[in-house]
Design a protein around this ligand. Structure first.
Ligand code: SF4
Length: 60
C-alpha cells in the first residue's frame, strides 16, 4: 500500500534533554532539528548520533 506524504515531513519528537531551550515536557518544540553523526561522521549505533539544534537553556 502506498502512503501519501505531505511536502513537509512532520512528526512529534520525544526528547529527554530537558535543559535544551526547545524542550517542553520532554517533547521537542523546534521548527526543525538537525541530527548529525558524531566523530568520523559514520554512526554505528544511536549513541553515535547527536542533535545539532540543541541550545543550552542555561546559556540563554
Ligand atoms: S532541539 Fe534537539 S536536544 Fe533540543 S529538544 Fe529538540 S531534539 Fe531535543
Amino acid at each position: 500500500m502506498l502512503v501519501e506524504h505531505s511536502n513537509t515531513p512532520k512528526m512529534p519528537v520525544k526528547c529527554s534533554v530537558e535543559n535544551c531551550s526547545y524542550n517542553q515536557k520532554r517533547m521537542c518544540h523546534a521548527d526543525e532539528i538537525e541530527v548529525s553523526a558524531m566523530g568520523d561522521g559514520k554512526a554505528r549505533t544511536c549513541d553515535g548520533t547527536c542533535c545539532a539544534t540543541f541550545e543550552n537553556k542555561m546559556e540563554m
